[in-house]
Design a protein around this ligand. Structure first.
Ligand SMILES: *Cc1c(COP(=O)(O)O)cnc(C)c1O
Length: 299
């Protein structure tokens, strides 16, 4: 399939749900392509178009062993005619995420954490280019200028009448695009999945000065990136039972929990037309269940 075709979804479902007395809608980006689903698909789009335009045959990127970005890159590459290479942080392991990446033809290379930290230096990138025959390199998590062009296009699937759009913050590429692409009457509420207030400056830098009417809450990280508590697991389980929508414990579970808490704290009005962005990440649930012995719905 051509790059343009693969990255042009025709439609994304919007699902109405009711939970804890709040009626709102969810944009199911997780439904776009199994695994390459969610926000990563939008972040990759213009990177792949750029790679094709410049004649690259291979895509190389970085990630941890459970990375949604790694899996999304593998599926996107396979589906649009590229080879792919994943540089994975840490010791060689196998898990459902990496198996999926390999199933889509990704060549995996494990590097120790010290080398991994060099991944943005010119010397290291030059070495990778030589070693792997000049691949197109996409940064960890996929956030770069090209990514923001893609995440702004999530608005193509957001009807204008929504005035409150909520999504999670990992590196900020998704929220920045949503903020850049929104109309004046729309407000964006971000929920950080990382610990610390520094994320607010990070997002401010990404969106530039001219964009306001957004807020990023940092109260729902459950201890930090990929950290969790039983309260979060119980919430995800109950949300699935009541709505049929699966959430993952690293990203969308925290976003939805944050939205519900803001509603309980009266920071959200029932007059708001709310659209929560389901940014995907469901592929990671199998590995989470396997590691910690849970039974969270995987789709
Ligand atoms: C990567 C990811 C995010 C975070 O997106 P950023 O653009 O890095 O902020 C959110 N949700 C899911 C499911 C992800 O995989």
């Amino acid at each position: 399939m051509s790059v343009q075709k693969f990255f042009s979804p025709e439609d994304v479902p919007i699902q109405r749900v009711q939970f804890a007395g709040l009626i709102f809608d969810i944009l199911r980006l997780d439904k776009i392509h199994q695994g390459a689903s969610g926000n990563k698909f939008f972040k990759l789009k213009y990177n792949f178009i750029e790679a094709e335009k410049n004649g690259y045959k291979k895509i190389l990127t970085f990630g941890g062993a459970f990375s949604n970005h790694i899996v999304a890159t593998a599926i996107s590459a396979k589906s649009s005619g590229f080879k792919s290479i994943g540089i994975i942080r840490g010791e060689k392991v196998n898990n459902p995420s990496l198996k999926l990446a390999q199933k889509y033809g990704m060549e995996l290379h494990f590097i120790d954490r010290e080398d991994y930290r060099k991944k943005e230096t010119d010397d290291f990138l030059d070495e990778l280019k030589r070693k792997y025959d000049n691949p197109f390199i996409i940064p960890e998590g996929g956030t770069n200028d090209l990514a923001l062009n893609g995440t702004a296009e999530i608005h193509n699937f957001i009807p204008e009448h929504y005035n409150l759009i909520t999504a999670c913050f990992g590196t900020g590429g998704t929220l920045a695009g949503l903020i850049e692409g929104k109309s004046d009457h729309q407000k964006v509420l971000g929920v950080s999945v990382l610990k610390g207030d520094w994320v607010k400056d990070e997002l401010k830098n990404l969106v530039g000065k001219n964009n306001d009417n957004w807020n990023l809450t940092t109260n729902y990280h459950f201890g930090g990136y990929a950290k969790w508590k039983h309260e979060l697991i119980d919430f995800i389980t109950e949300f699935y039972e009541k709505t049929g929508v699966p959430l993952d414990p690293v990203y969308t579970g925290k976003m939805m929990y944050g939205l519900m808490m803001e509603w309980k704290k009266d920071n959200i009005s029932s007059d708001d037309h709310i659209l929560a962005i389901h940014s995907g990440g469901l592929q990671g649930i199998a590995g989470f269940n396997e590691r910690f012995g849970f039974n969270l719905a995987e789709r």
